[in-house]
Design a protein around this ligand. Structure first.
Ligand code: KG4
Ligand code: ZN
Length: 339
């Protein structure tokens, strides 16, 4: 039997809808919210309002592009969390109403698991190598940094995670210190390509086990810049490219160090990466370098599947649907949502 899933993502500042049929992506629409740029970060209330405006046109467009009618949808999957509560509420309410109106199952999805499952999205006329279980995934986004063992489409074990800031937050906060617009990660990435990554050295955290910490790095970067500006007011301008390359290099080395340890400890050689920060060109190269050294088989998502999107919600919903894991109409979103 053929299965068509509508996926809805609204956890932060992107409103997205996607249609997946039998694991194949038919459409993936994303409405970005530019309203936050002037504030240097996402303003939750403005995000909820923008979701409210965007959700119906985005779903409508996703169905049209997919070439399916709403009657052909077998289930609606939505992000239950983690995320901003007001933002999640918009997607959750929409999905519940759609499920009720169309009399089809409702499927809840954990946003973090969904980032990981992008590796299982198939596209027509595109060959794709998929990981086999168990594999390791470095999940790096604006809100989370985790090393996860993926044992099946549903069963995942976090073996390391940040005890404070996420890697994406480290990129965004350091970018803010040197006057770059939000989100700073992609801008640092672009600038870093013209800079010397060894120009400046920043302290690395000393944390045992497989956990991460990025708040110390952010503070030491802030103090470093403050001290240099005292000596030379044009310090940032004169060293922008080298600063971006050096901070990016430090973040990547911190990430890779624990990932290498995790691979060694578990003996797993299939290594995947996911989440917004996996769009970073330096991180992608670092994974490929380590893969050659340790004989890893790597899984690096296409750029369009790195940052928030509903295709990842639809694919996760698809596997949950196949397992008969449906949600009730009483379900509520969860700002914090462990798995
Ligand atoms: O996964 P995502 O879209 O949203 C969350 O679930 O958090 O990740 C957004 C994060 C932001 O912190 C953004 O700066 C970062 O991903 N990001 C990047 C790059 N593209 C996005 N960080 C570094 N380099 C990039 N090219
Ligand atoms: Zn995300």
């Amino acid at each position: 039997m053929s299965v068509t899933i509508l996926g809805i993502e609204s956890s932060c500042d992107d409103t997205s809808a996607a249609v997946i049929k039998d694991g194949y992506l038919l459409s993936n629409l994303i409405a970005n919210q530019s309203v936050h740029e002037q504030y240097g970060g996402v303003v939750p209330e403005l995000a909820s309002r923008a979701h409210q405006q965007n959700i119906i046109p985005v779903v409508d467009q996703a169905l049209k592009i997919a070439g399916v009618t709403k009657e052909q949808i077998n289930a609606v999957a939505f992000t239950r969390g983690p995320g901003l509560l007001g933002s999640l509420l918009v997607g959750t309410s929409f999905a519940k109403s759609f499920s009720l109106a169309m009399d089809i199952p409702l499927v809840e999805v954990n946003h973090l698991q969904a980032h990981i499952l992008v590796h299982f999205i198939k596209e027509m006329e595109k060959e794709k190598k998929m990981p086999e279980f168990p594999f390791l995934c470095l999940l790096v986004s604006g809100g989370h940094t985790q090393i996860v063992i993926i044992k099946s489409h549903q069963e995942m074990e976090i073996i390391g995670q940040t005890i404070d800031d996420a890697a994406g937050e480290a990129f965004d906060k350091c970018a803010k210190v040197i006057g770059l617009p939000y989100p700073g990660g992609p801008v640092i990435d672009t600038n870093a390509q013209n800079g010397n990554k060894l120009a400046f050295k920043f302290n690395r955290p000393r944390i045992k086990n497989l956990d991460y910490s990025f708040s110390g790095l952010k503070t030491s970067f802030l103090y470093f810049i403050r001290d240099r500006i005292k000596e030379n007011p044009d310090f940032i301008k004169e060293n922008m490219m080298d600063l971006c390359a050096s901070i990016q290099y430090t973040i990547i080395e911190i990430l890779m160090d624990k990932l290498e340890k995790a691979a060694k400890q578990t003996g797993i050689k299939q290594i995947a990466v996911a989440g917004g920060v996996s769009a970073n060109s330096g991180l992608r190269n670092a994974i490929l370098e380590r893969a050659a050294k340790h004989r890893w088989e790597t899984f690096i998502p296409e750029f369009k599947f790195t940052t928030d999107n509903a295709a990842m919600i639809a694919i996760t919903g698809y596997y949950r649907y196949l397992n008969g894991e449906f949600a009730s109409q009483n379900i509520t979103p969860m700002a914090r949502f462990a798995y």
